[in-house]
Design a protein around this ligand. Structure first.
Ligand SMILES: NC(=O)c1ccc[n+]([C@@H]2O[C@H](COP(=O)([O-])OP(=O)(O)OC[C@H]3O[C@@H](n4cnc5c(N)ncnc54)[C@H](OP(=O)(O)O)[C@@H]3O)[C@@H](O)[C@H]2O)c1
Length: 289
C-alpha cells in the first residue's frame, strides 16, 4: 500500500541515477576525446596560435641539437627570426647558417653554459637587448652519457649543481612544470601563454641508448608541440606520447619485459654495487617513464 502511493519507486530512482551517471561519464569521455583530437590532430590544420604574431624573434636555449634545434628550425619555418643559445660557438654558427639558408630568417647566436650559474644571465640579457622577443623555448638540458643511479656519479657535487642550473634530472623538470603552471596562471590575463612540454623519448643525443618503438623524430615532435601552443598549457607534446602516457608509459610492454627477465635471470644488484656504472639494459629502457 505504502509503495503504491509513493511517487517513484526506489528502482525508478536508481534507474534515473544510473542513466544520469552514464550520460555524465559519456559526456566527459566525449569532451576528453574532443580535446585530444583538437590538440593533437586538428591542430595540424588549425593551430592553437600563430607563433609569429607574438613578436618577430624567438629565443631557443639548447638550440644546436635534438629538440632545441628542431624547435629553432620549426619557428624559423613559421616566419620567426631565432636567437640560438648553447655552449659551442662552432655548432651555433652551423645551425644559424642552416636556418638562414633553409628558411631565409635572421639569426643571432649567444654562447652560454647554463651550468655556470646566474652570472651568465647578464651576458644573455645584454645580447638580447633591443630584440622584440615573442617566444622563448627554454629547452636546455643535459644528462649523463647513459642513465644511471643518482649516487653513481664521479663528480656528485657538480652533478647536483648542474641539476639545478641546467635541467639535468627529472626532479628539476617537476619544478619546471609546476613553475610553468604558476607563471601561466599569473600572466594569462596579460596575454602571455606558458606551456609546459613534457615529452617521453625523442630522437636526440640524449636518447641514443634507448630503443623504443614510439621514439619520435625531433622534427615531428617540434612541429606537433608548436601546433598545440595556445590549446593546452601542459602536454607531452605530441600525439604518440599522449597515447603512451595514457597507456602508462608503455607500462604493459615494460611489465611484460620485466616478467620475461625475472623468469629468465636472477635479479640484478644495483649498479653502484657492481663494477659497471650503469644499470642492466632492462632498467635502462625504463628511463623517462
Ligand atoms: N630526448 C628525449 O627523449 C627527451 C625526453 C624528455 C625530455 N627531454 C628534454 O628536452 C631537452 C632537450 O633534450 P635533447 O634530447 O634535445 O638533448 P640534446 O640532443 O643533448 O641537446 C641538448 C642541447 O643543449 C645544449 N646544451 C647542453 N648542455 C648545455 C649547457 N650546459 N649550457 C648550454 N647549452 C647546453 C647542447 O648544445 P651544446 O653541446 O653546444 O652546448 C644542445 O644544443 C632537455 O631539457 C631534455 O631533458 C628530452
Amino acid at each position: 500500500m505504502a509503495s503504491n502511493s509513493s511517487l517513484f519507486s526506489l528502482e525508478q530512482v536508481l534507474n534515473v541515477i544510473g542513466v544520469l551517471t552514464v550520460l555524465w561519464l559519456s559526456l566527459k569521455i566525449v569532451l576528453v576525446i574532443g580535446q585530444v583530437f583538437r590538440v593533437h590532430v586538428l591542430s595540424e590544420k588549425w593551430k592553437g596560435v600563430d607563433v609569429a604574431s607574438y613578436g618577430p624573434w624567438a629565443v631557443v636555449t639548447g638550440a644546436t641539437a635534438g629538440i632545441g634545434k628542431a624547435y629553432a628550425h620549426e619557428l624559423a619555418r613559421r616566419g620567426l627570426n631565432v636567437v640560438l643559445i648553447s655552449r659551442s660557438m662552432e655548432k651555433l654558427k652551423q645551425v644559424a647558417a642552416e636556418i638562414e639558408e633553409q628558411h631565409s630568417q635572421s639569426t643571432k647566436v649567444i654562447q652560454a653554459d647554463f651550468t655556470q650559474g646566474s652570472e651568465l644571465y647578464e651576458t644573455i640579457r645584454a645580447n638580447l637587448q633591443g630584440l622584440e622577443i615573442g617566444i622563448l623555448v627554454n629547452n636546455v638540458g643535459q644528462t649523463k652519457n647513459r642513465p644511471g643511479y643518482f649516487l653513481d656519479d664521479d663528480n656528485l657535487d657538480k652533478y647536483i649543481d648542474d641539476m639545478v642550473n641546467c635541467n639535468t634530472l627529472s626532479i628539476t623538470k617537476v619544478f619546471d612544470d609546476f613553475f610553468s603552471q604558476a607563471l601561466g596562471i599569473e600572466y594569462r590575463s596579460k596575454g602571455i601563454i606558458v606551456q609546459s612540454v613534457m615529452p617521453l623519448f625523442v630522437e636526440s643525443n640524449l636518447s641514443t641508448h634507448v630503443k623504443r618503438f614510439w621514439k619520435i623524430s625531433a622534427k615531428t615532435f617540434a612541429r606537433q608541440a608548436l601546433n598545440s601552443v595556445g590549446l593546452t598549457s601542459r602536454t607531452p607534446g605530441c600525439f604518440s606520447h599522449y597515447v603512451q602516457v595514457q597507456a602508462g608509459c608503455g607500462g604493459i610492454f615494460s611489465s611484460f619485459r620485466k616478467l620475461q627477465s625475472a623468469s629468465s635471470a636472477p635479479a640484478s644488484p644495483p649498479s653502484h654495487a657492481k663494477s659497471s656504472r650503469f644499470p642492466p639494459d632492462g632498467h635502462v629502457k625504463e628511463w623517462g617513464c
